[in-house]
Design a protein around this ligand. Structure first.
Ligand SMILES: *Cc1c(COP(=O)(O)O)cnc(C)c1O
Length: 398
């Protein structure tokens, strides 16, 4: 008899072997954190793969200041329930009011994570008579949300608004609602969506909703750190403005800014909100503490910008020209070369990872650098020097 029929675990073991043979087996990397550094196998490396964009997560002063607040002392470590049952602590609503006020919008609603938000909102709002049109490069959590919704969908080429316009024209009369979904700052190329262009497309029809995920931009873009929507001055034109707390805000969770009708509808229909224990009030208190200070981090935002320009300049022709942010692709080309480059950079003290197909198009394997505001110019210069030494010596030191 086939071994797989005797032991159901066997087939998984086989598949893992296939992954290992093709060099695609994933394991959880062991590491310790020391602020912007990662300690791994006795080596200290600058973390160039972090989402802690403002450098707040390891900031000892901020932490101490928070721990001295009454909220840190009294807010529980568990909500013990969904917010619809007994888990709705006042701190959630306080944060929602503050977020709505920051954006000068009607309401906000919190979620346990960006993943919860993106896998919950579209299934709640979209049905068979809704068409979802999503940028080709949106985050996996949005893709999962689209699939879960069961609604018809099409993906337009990345930031290709002409194609999007054609899709709208072609489909406009066939659906009750159309939802356009995009990120504002994309995590593979570090490039930015033209939100006004999307708002103009949306306004050409009466039945379109615009959904924008600002996970990589909240806290780091805009005068007051409210993201690309603030920077492009179009906050009011976006129906569902999503952001997360796990990146620049150094916390956990997510929000959507929307109308009170949409908020009530989500509360009534969104499964990840209804059927999951709400985040600990303690965590929400920390998020609130950081949220209130976001406008004050202009110096960090400016520093992040200037470090990014410095690296982008050095990476001209290798991906630096594509990026418009603190996320910068260094396009190497073929996957094996890319893996080797990333390994070399790690050996030189720069923690970075290769991104390969199918995540990115074939032949554009890249190292993805994400910068944080607590890095030094000298550290970026040392990174640049390492990249170019490697180029010239063709890995002689191997
Ligand atoms: C990180 C990310 C998410 C997921 O957010 P979590 O809070 O980590 O679950 C969602 N959308 C985008 C665009 C992201 O980059």
């Amino acid at each position: 008899m086939d071994k797989r029929m005797i032991n159901p675990i066997y087939k998984y073991e086989e598949r893992l072997c296939v992954l290992a043979t093709s060099g695609n087996l994933r394991e959880l990397p062991e590491m310790e954190h020391q602020g912007k550094w990662i300690l791994h196998a006795g080596k200290r490396m600058l973390n160039l793969s972090s989402n802690d964009y403002l450098g707040l997560s390891g900031n000892p002063e901020l932490r101490a200041e928070f721990l001295a607040t009454p909220a840190a002392r009294w807010e529980p470590f568990s909500s013990s329930s969904s917010r619809l049952l007994t888990g709705n602590f006042p701190v959630y609503e306080a944060l929602e009011r503050e977020i709505a006020r920051s954006f000068e919008r009607e309401t906000a609603l919190l979620f346990n994570s960006g993943y919860h938000a993106n896998t919950g909102i579209l299934p709640a709002l979209a049905d068979k008579r809704t068409l979802i049109l999503a940028d080709k490069w949106v985050h996996a959590s949005i893709i999962d949300g689209i699939l879960l919704s069961g609604a018809p969908f099409q993906r337009y080429r990345h930031n290709d608004y002409e194609q999007l316009e054609r899709l709208l024209r072609k489909n406009a009369t066939d659906y009750e609602t159309i939802i356009i979904v995009t990120e504002s700052l994309f995590s593979m190329d570090g490039d930015v969506a033209d939100l006004w262009r999307l708002i103009a497309l949306k306004r050409a029809y009466p039945h379109i909703l615009l959904y924008v995920d600002e996970a990589h931009a909240i806290g780091v873009r805009g005068e007051r750190g409210l993201g690309i929507a603030e920077e492009q001055d179009c906050i009011q034109g976006i129906d569902l403005l999503v952001g997360t707390f796990g990146k620049a805000l150094a916390s956990m969770g997510a929000y959507v800014v929307c109308s009170s009708v949409l908020r009530s509808y989500l509360i009534n229909t969104m499964r990840p909100l209804i059927f999951s224990t709400a985040l600990p009030p303690f965590q929400i208190a920390w998020t609130r503490f950081v949220w209130e200070r976001i406008p004050e981090f202009s110096a960090e935002r400016e520093r992040l910008r200037s470090l990014s320009v410095r690296l982008a300049h050095a990476l001209q022709g290798k991906g630096g020209e594509i990026s418009q942010s603190h996320i910068l692709p260094f396009i190497v080309g073929e996957s094996p070369d890319c893996v080797l480059k990333a390994e070399e950079l790690r050996r030189k003290g720069f923690y970075c990872l290769p991104v390969r197909p199918p995540t990115v198009p074939k032949g554009t394997s890249r190292i993805r650098f994400s910068l944080t505001a607590n890095m030094e110019e000298a550290e970026i210069d040392a990174l640049i020097a390492s990249i170019y030494v490697m180029d010239n010596s063709k890995r002689k030191e191997l």
